[in-house]
Design a protein around this ligand. Structure first.
Ligand code: HEC
Ligand code: HEC
Length: 400
């Protein structure tokens, strides 16, 4: 029995990792070693045509109210699909209260955004930046009709929409825009970092001795204990199939970043899960972000308030951040809602350098330069066919 299950699993892994389209044009994304198979909604099979359409949309500034921004403005490939800002800036210049998140491995997410339990899929998530008015991100709601008319007339979209939604007589809809964007995002896969090569391909020298020591600290229970929240293949308990998902432990935690005086210990716009639940105990609880490519996604935390990894580590080592002056002053260590795993630990300069070396070993340079995730509008839009794209699905497929 066990061998039959193993055999079935192996068959699944083989067919998923070969990234081929079956007769119904459904594409199975590349699943890196050590990753489980992602849960792709059965009613929305991934197809190369939808992924291709989604990629054009992701980079199309005509989706914004003033032609100034696309999804890629806040989610740049070279920065692991973040924007380098502390707080994201919308098409009209309005500041978002939170930082743009990385999009790597979002196909495996079980919760979305920094702390939004109301979103259940990437399709639903895509509509948020499109429709949001406070603040405006793309401002798509104001130009929805004219954009859909544009897509009907545009020579590229005129072909891409019907190809992506065969059998749909009127495919030029906002719901289909969101579906295509979601499928493109599912191909942003990061699993080829030096750390992966060290662990899964036996490349002893892929990571430094310092990174190896840092990894030991990362997994040290009672010490840094990082893995207790940033565990599993995606270094986040907010990924499906993670330890957290199996034990149904909440993926939202308060790390003691703030401890403001008054009713709320976190600043407005950054109260985390509380903003949805309105339960006092949820103030300051945020989703555990992935640590893959963390070295290129500064500044850190939901509001970009930690400038570099050194500041993040100081925060954890002291069991919560102390802010001495200004409107955010307070001793995070004493925040009564802080997760008990943020207990602080002794960190020497060498420990810190080792932990940083470990975090740096999670940068996947194949992803950051991946041609199949690049802006397709720059080159001739007809240069790559849907078929050639299907063969390279998955952001960080290693080239021979
Ligand atoms: C103005 C900058 C901005 C634009 C434009 C933007 N985003 Fe985002 N994105 C953000 C911010 C900020 C967050 C975190 C949102 C929150 O916590 O409320 C985010 C979060 C996300 C997430 C959640 C990731 C996770 O791990 O849960 C996804 C997916 C995403 N964006 C996709 C998109 C798509 C698709 C588009 C285009 C339709 C887009 N974004 C446009 C700034 C932006
Ligand atoms: C109790 C669970 C928990 C533990 C333990 C924990 N983290 Fe975190 N981590 C989080 C949460 C939640 C956030 C987001 C917090 C926020 O933005 O307010 C986060 C954010 C981060 C960030 C910033 C990510 C980004 O995209 O901005 C880094 C880096 C990080 N953690 C590294 C570590 C390291 C290294 C350790 C061990 C020393 C550690 N974490 C221990 C839960 C945890």
């Amino acid at each position: 029995m066990i061998s039959r299950i193993l055999c079935l699993q192996l068959t699944l892994i083989v067919c998923y990792s070969s990234a081929v389209a079956d007769s119904s044009r459904r594409v199975l994304p590349r699943v890196p070693k050590g990753f489980p198979i992602p849960a792709i909604p059965m009613d929305a099979p991934l197809t190369p045509e939808k992924v291709r359409l989604g990629r054009y949309l992701f980079y199309d500034k005509r989706m914004s109210v003033n032609g100034a921004a696309s999804c890629a403005t806040c989610h740049c490939r070279e920065l692991a699909f973040t924007d380098g800002r502390g707080r994201a800036r919308g098409a009209t210049g309005e500041l978002h209260p939170r930082s743009a998140m990385t999009l790597v491995n979002v196909a495996w997410n079980r919760v979305f955004n920094w702390a939004d339990p109301s979103i259940h899929s990437l399709e639903e998530q895509a509509l948020k930046p499109m429709m949001a008015t406070n603040p405006v991100e793309l401002g798509y709601s104001a130009i929805e009709r004219s954009f859909l008319e544009t897509t009907r007339a545009d020579p590229i979209y005129r072909a891409l929409f019907p190809a992506a939604f065969p059998g749909d007589p009127h495919p030029w809809t906002t719901a289909n825009v969101a579906k295509a964007l979601a499928d493109f995002e599912r191909t942003i896969v990061s699993g080829s970092s030096p750390w992966d090569r060290f662990h899964f391909e036996g490349e002893e020298s892929a990571i430094s001795e310092a990174a190896k020591r840092g990894e030991v600290l990362f997994f040290l229970d009672g010490g840094p204990s990082c893995f207790r929240c940033h565990g599993g293949f995606n270094f986040s308990d907010a990924a499906s199939s993670s330890e957290g998902a199996r034990t149904s432990r909440s993926p939202f935690h308060n790390t003691g970043l703030y401890n403001l005086a008054g009713q709320f210990s976190y600043p407005a716009g950054g109260r985390g899960l509380y903003e949805f639940s309105k339960r006092a105990q949820d103030v300051g609880s945020f989703k555990v972000p992935t640590l893959r490519n963390i070295a290129v996604t500064a500044p850190y935390m939901h509001d970009g308030s930690a400038v570099n990894l050194s500041e993040v580590l100081d925060h954890y080592a002291s069991g919560g951040r102390t802010i001495v002056t200004g409107p955010s002053a307070g001793v995070g260590h004493d925040n009564p809602l802080k997760d008990s795993l943020i207990h602080g630990f002794r960190m020497t300069a060498r420990n810190k350098a080792d932990l940083i070396a470990f975090l740096e070993s999670l940068t996947d340079e194949y992803l950051l330069g991946s041609p199949e995730l690049a802006d397709p509008w720059g080159s001739s839009p007809t240069a790559s066919t849907p078929d050639s794209h299907s063969a390279t699905i998955g952001g960080s497929t290693r080239r021979p």
